[in-house]
Structures are given as structure tokens and as C-alpha cells.
Design a protein around this ligand. Sequence first.
Ligand code: AMP
Ligand code: TRP
Length: 351
Amino acid sequence: MSEADNAPGSAPAFTPRVFSGIQPSGGLTLGNYLGALKRFVEKQEEGIESIYCIVDLHAITVWQEPDKLRRATREMAAGFIAAGIDPERSILFNQSQVSAHAELAWLFNCVVRMGWLSRMTQFKDKAGKNRENASAGLFVYPSLMAADILAYHATHVPVGEDQKQHLELTREIAGKFNHDFGVDFFPLTEPLIEGTATRVMSLRDGTKKMSKSDASDMSRINLTDDADTIAQKFRKARTDPEPLPEAVEGLAERPEARNLVNIYAALADCSTADVLAQFGGQGFGVFKPALADLAVEKLSPINAEMQRLMRDPDEIDRILGRGAERADAIARPILERCYEIMGMVRSRPPR
Ligand code: AMP
Ligand code: TRP
């Protein structure tokens, strides 16, 4: 065992490193932006080494039309860059270009227990009633997610609320691996679930998450929506007839109102109390247009920049390719150590 494995007893020293991923299974929504992308940019600005991945291998756990997948991957890369991810300072790439993810996922499939995977609510939600017909990939999805994170020894993962359970499983996998092989090789990664918009809800139903896969386009704001569409979607968003309360407690039983106030706060970078100080006592006739204006002000520059970038898909591919090379340089040695720790003979001459 080498010192690098942080033998138990020695103080494990993991350099802070951020990793996160988004599936290219459709376009980016306001939920992705506020719950994930905006946080990614903050981490980059804090100067922490940050690795962001468009997880195409995760997307194919449910059926994807190949041409649409290619387009969604490039569009998502454009969205990341337009939102403020600098592909020089951060590492931006698509998952399938770095084979360490798939390889480490296999190793983790042999660490994770069936019982742990059976508890995952995302699998239950996505597989629905017809479990027998779900892909095996959908079931082992969390092994791949743990591999994404642990292939970089990432210490912090910014995500929305819905990913909490997967991150707990990632810690369990890291813990079991370390225990079984008597090493402190993998860090116990911390989730970063921060801000007022960790769970942006559907505009049609305040009890359901805003999702790129919802059948109704009116339920979500897409980063590609134009100003008129954004205004119309907020105007038609479901609400109750009461005016906004003066205090945050007044939102407790009002999921739709709470959601719109949270969205406003996240877009304006202020607290929900600040929003209510300004709009408390006013009706939605006043609040919704103000929210639409704010959303258009924040999202239209991103939208415009995405469209500009999408005109040059070759440049996007070059950025993803370069990002993949940099990612591979970090992940490959960690994967190699992992093979050695597990007892695989590694004797191929270096290329
Ligand atoms: P996904 O679109 O499922 O690949 O999610 C990508 C990232 O966006 C993850 O960090 C999610 O937690 C986050 N996210 C997705 N939908 C929402 C939402 N409605 N509210 C907040 N965060 C979200
Ligand atoms: N499972 C995440 C989602 O559906 C996407 C994801 C895959 C991810 N690998 C990751 C998020 C690693 C954070 C870190 O949103």
C-alpha cells in the first residue's frame, strides 16, 4: 500500500474539489439553473477546483433518440458556458468521453448491495409500475453516479434537493470500499444543497418538482424560452386567490405561492423575507409581472449566449474534448490505484 491510499490512522488529506453533473435528457430548466448551474458558477468563482460533467451515460438509462441526445449534449454545454462556467478555469466535458466513469461504475456495482439500490426513490419514480421493463442501467444508476464523483476524489457536490439520497449512497459506497480493503482511499463526499431554490416546483402543481421531462411545457421555464413565453408561463402559473403574506410563515400551507416567492428570491439573490417585505399584501396581479420581468432580465442574456454558441457546434465539441482530456488526467490514476487495491494485475506497458 502506498502512502497515497491514506492508510487508516493517517489523517486523510483530500484537497477540496467540486464535481457535479446534469443529464442531457432534454433542455435546461429554471430548476436546473437555480438548483444547480447557478451554484456551480459560485463554486468556480470561489476558486475551488471544479469539474462539471454532462452525464450522457446516465441519460441512456431511459431511451434517448441518438440525434436528440447529441443535440441536447451540445445545448447543455452551451447552457453551462452561457450561465458562466469558464471551460478554462473549470473542467467541462461529457461523461462518455472519459472511460474511467464506466470502469469505476463496474467496480462499484460489485461493492454496492442490491438492498441499497432498491431503496432509491428515483429508481422507483422512474421505473414506475413496470419495473420488469426498466433497463438494468436505471437500477445501477447510483453506482455510476458514485463513480462520477469518486473518480475525482471530489469532496463537495452541489446539487438540488432531489439528489440527496444518491449522495448518501455515494458515501455508503466509499465507506464500504474503504472498510473492505482497509484503506481511506475514497473521501466521504459532502452534498452542497444551498440557497432558496433547492427544489423549484412545477408552475402547474406546487407539489411536483419542475422537471425537463414533465409532459406539460407550461409546467416549466426552459432556458431556451423567449421573453414572451416566460411572461406567459408565469402569468398562467397556478396560484391561490390570496394576496402574498407579510411573513415567511404565511407561505407554509401555500406551495404555489411559496414556489414563486422562492424563485424570485433566488433570481434576485435575496431572502424570501426580503421578497415579502417588498410584495407582502400585494396580489399576484402585481407579483407575477414583476417576477416575469426579473426572470427575463436574468435569463435572456443566457438564452442569447446559448444561441450564439449553438451556431458553432464544432467549437462546443472541441471544448468538451479538451475538458475530457483534463478530466481523464485526474481520473485515470485514481482508477488505476483502485484496480490495484482490489487485486487486479495491471501490467500493460505504458502507451
Ligand atoms: P437533472 O435535470 O435531473 O439531471 O438534474 C440536474 C441538476 O439539477 C441536479 O443537481 C438536480 O438536483 C437539479 N435540479 C433538477 N430539477 C430541479 C428543480 N426542480 N429544483 C432544483 N434543482 C433541480
Ligand atoms: N443523478 C443526477 C441527476 O439526475 C445527475 C448526476 C449524475 C450527478 N452524476 C452526478 C449529479 C454526479 C452530481 C454528481 O440530477
